[in-house]
Design a protein around this ligand. Structure first.
Ligand code: SAJ
Length: 433
């Protein structure tokens, strides 16, 4: 009779004696490590980047949502340690994998990080371990890719080891919802997998939501992010419609938002950035193409959202034209370069596309972003310029791309010769306030 690992792991979860392993110590893994430590578990973080491992072991956080003093406390108490030694992956009772899932240059899923993490784990898998994939991926990854790799060890899922998918739902910079108070979806390969993984997360996360399979959990996440991508695409198209009709799209959105039911507010902007919304829906589109089905909403939303930088750069051309100027040789100040407000991340930021387009037209582009001191673009290094009346006045056109709470719009409006505000698709914005 094989050992009852299910009972053993559930007991270790309740007693907090379970060692929690986290593979990938980024914007998902580090907040999860902190919540597990907060719940009283010891955490062994694993990352292939030695700099990340060393920084964490010094008690210094590289993730905005985990304050350094909080991490330092856990490191000092011995509750969180980090390693780059993969042989230690046989130590944890639970191993959560939170590695990037980008798109390749041809916009196809790049699951190489998941494959590499799974292979590392498979080399050291021992009886009694639970494994969870948190990275957003196409439906079937857990069952079709991870399970065979892990069962090569000869261990049987559901009795010797446990495997589930539990999507990360981190909204970087969200002041209200963090890892602990965001409900957690758990979809195990077997019911025992779901029970074990739910028990191990429960002390650290307020609400657990078990579902019947990893595929249901994988698709839950994709529905969440596709919902956002499609609705952002819709409101961006509405911004273009309102602009052509000379109507303030924000007035329309605010008015629609008074409807107490059946409406959810989204806001127009320069396009979609970040490591999720521009990418995740294409994981589903890719999977469905292999089944001869075109997910048209995903594709159309992707088209509309990815055309927004060009749409707004055309506004700069018009604004400069009003002054009898060409883009070439004109000084354009781009305000806000991160992919959304009040964060320090420029991944997939549409503001980068805006800068690139303006530079290619010969514009003399500078930027201001209180969270991004410098950025590297096409081999160039651009540094954030101070947002002062002098820098605004020196620009031929100011373009507000990402709104930050730290930015003084009144000053910009007063000093700008021409103002393009990607949050407002109203023609008169090109003439400043
Ligand atoms: N955006 C708009 N209009 C909107 C909302 C967003 O243009 O109405 C833009 C943002 O500026 C940003 C992009 O879309 O460039 C993505 O915005 P986001 O708020 O979805 O930001 P993410 O990708 O950091 O976080 C999202 C999570 N956000 C929310 O649920 C509010 C959520 O979808 C996931 O938990 C997370 O991605 C993830 O990891 O999948």
């Amino acid at each position: 009779m094989s050992k009852d690992f299910e009972r053993e792991l559930i007991a270790k979860a309740e007693s907090r004696k379970a060692l929690i392993g986290i593979v990938g110590l980024g914007y998902v893994g580090l907040p999860l490590a902190a919540e597990m430590a907060e719940a009283g578990f010891r955490v062994l973080g694993y990352d292939v980047t030695q700099r990340v491992v060393d920084t964490i072991n010094r008690g210094v956080s590289h993730v905005l949502d985990v304050p350094t003093e909080r991490l330092a406390r856990f490191v000092k108490q011995g509750l969180i340690t980090a390693t780059s030694d993969e042989t230690r992956l046989n130590e944890p009772d639970l191993v959560a994998i939170a590695v990037p899932t980008p798109l390749s240059k041809t916009r196809d899923p790049d699951i190489s990080y998941i494959v590499s993490a799974t292979e590392s784990l498979a080399r050291h898998l021992r009886p009694g371990q639970a494994v969870v994939l948190e990275s957003t991926t196409y439906p079937g990854t857990t069952r079709d890719l991870m399970l065979p790799a892990l069962e090569k060890s000869g261990l049987k899922v559901g009795t010797d080891f446990f495997l589930a998918f539990s999507p990360e739902r981190v909204d970087p910079g969200n002041p209200k919802y963090q890892t602990r108070n965001t409900p957690k979806i758990i979809g195990g390969i077997t019911p025992a997998c779901t029970r074990v993984v739910t028990a191990l997360y429960a002390p650290a996360i307020e609400t657990m939501v078990p579902v019947s399979s990893p595929e249901a959990a994988e698709l839950t996440k994709l529905l969440e992010n596709t919902f956002r991508a499609v609705n952002i695409g819709l409101v961006n198209e509405m911004a273009i419609v309102c602009d052509k009709l000379g109507v303030d799209v924000w007035e329309v959105i605010e008015a629609a938002n008074t409807k107490p039911f059946g409406f959810m507010k989204f806001t127009p902007g320069p396009g979609v950035g970040g490591h999720c919304i521009p990418l995740d829906p294409h994981y589903l589109a890719w999977k469905m193409r292999a089944l001869n089905y075109r997910t048209r909403f995903i594709e159309v939303a992707g088209e509309v959202n990815s055309e927004m930088p060009e749409y707004w750069v055309q506004k700069v051309v018009l604004a400069l034209n009003e002054q009898g100027k060409a883009v070439r040789g004109s000084r354009v100040l781009v305000v806000g370069i991160a992919y959304k407000k009040d964060i320090d991340d420029i991944r997939e930021s549409p503001a980068i596309d805006v800068v690139r387009l303006l530079q290619r037209m010969g514009g003399d582009v500078s930027y201001h972003d209180p969270y991004i001191p410098e950025m590297h673009e096409d081999g160039m290094v651009l540094r954030s310029v101070p947002l002062e009346a002098a820098t605004v006045r020196a620009a031929d056109c100011v373009m507000i791309v990402t709104d930050h709470s730290a930015i003084d719009y009144l000053m910009i409006g007063r000093e700008a010769k021409a103002l393009v505000d990607t949050r407002h698709a109203v023609a008169d914005r090109t003439k400043g306030r």
